[in-house]
Design a protein around this ligand. Structure first.
Ligand SMILES: Nc1ncnc2c1ncn2[C@@H]1O[C@H](COP(=O)(O)OP(=O)(O)OP(=O)(O)O)[C@@H](O)[C@H]1O
Length: 253
């Protein structure tokens, strides 16, 4: 619906692919990631999953530009971004959120979102319209006029996601967007993100611990273990992969 109403956002976005190619990361002798290739297309949600320490956050950091890989490349279509700073990547539409989110505490939830939209060049009425749509899409309408500082941690995280979406990213990188929420809340949030991403042709790469949450909400999954890719593909195929079953339901649990 926002693409129908927003004059500034009606241009059909060009379909693109963001990729980490053969990515490796070595931290002073600790090989956190090795030969990991992952791609996200416009309009799809890719879930990055794996046990603790498997390299999920490192992958997100390489794609967002927070870290530069020891080996491998980051590509947006044919353009290489490997050495591009996180700030510059954000400017070209590759936006990352963090588990701990900073909000303007004295502003309301709605104002927090609107400020983000204004900050990336929308006019006031456009920013307001986009804010209303995001409030509705992310089920934030009932708290729109409350001060952000009084919000619980889960809500602050959702405000952070709304603020990131208000910048109209091409690609959104989310580190455990539903941390601290129960399974049905997590599914609801990620489904909302998925609906927005489809409508906006925004690609989403998200880290999530809970296999059942990503199974029911993501278009594709990428499974890591010990810094390496175990498997990648459609959720229905991953579900029965013997290595995934071993990692999630085998001897480690
Ligand atoms: N800055 C760093 N310096 C040294 N080692 C690091 C650093 N960051 C990550 N590591 C190591 O790299 C490996 C992968 O860590 P990473 O945080 O990417 O895993 P993760 O899958 O996100 O884990 P979790 O689910 O626990 O958040 C781990 O062994 C971790 O200890």
């Amino acid at each position: 619906m926002w693409s129908k109403t927003m004059t500034t956002t009606t241009e059909a976005p060009q379909a693109e692919t963001l990729r980490l190619v053969d990515g490796g990361m070595n931290f002073d002798g600790v090989q956190a990631l090795e030969d990991v290739s992952i791609s996200v297309n416009s309009g799809e949600v890719v879930g990055l999953i794996g046990p603790n320490g498997s390299g999920k956050t490192t992958t997100l950091n390489l794609v967002s530009g927070m870290l530069q890989p020891t080996t491998g490349r980051v590509m947006l279509g044919d353009k290489e971004l490997t050495r591009m700073s996180m700030r510059k990547r954000a400017r070209i539409g590759i936006v990352r959120t963090f588990q701990s989110v900073r909000v303007f505490g004295r502003l309301t939830v709605a104002e927090n979102i609107e400020v983000a939209a204004l900050g990336c060049g929308l006019r006031r009425h456009e920013a307001r319209e986009l804010t209303e749509e995001l409030l509705a899409d992310l089920n934030l309408e009932s708290v729109a006029n409350t001060a952000a500082e009084s919000s619980p941690a889960g809500l602050i995280r959702t405000i952070g996601i709304a603020r990131a979406l208000a910048t109209r990213p091409k690609f959104l990188l989310l580190d455990e967007p539903a941390a601290g929420q129960n399974e049905s809340e997590a599914v609801e949030l990620i489904e909302a993100i998925r609906n927005i991403s489809r409508r906006r042709a925004c690609g989403v790469l998200l880290v999530e611990h809970d296999m059942s949450v990503v199974m029911s909400t993501c278009d594709r999954l990428h499974v890591l273990d010990s810094g390496r890719t175990v498997t990648a593909g459609l959720p229905q195929d991953i579900r029965h992969d013997p290595q995934v079953v071993e990692i999630y339901f085998g001897k480690r649990h």
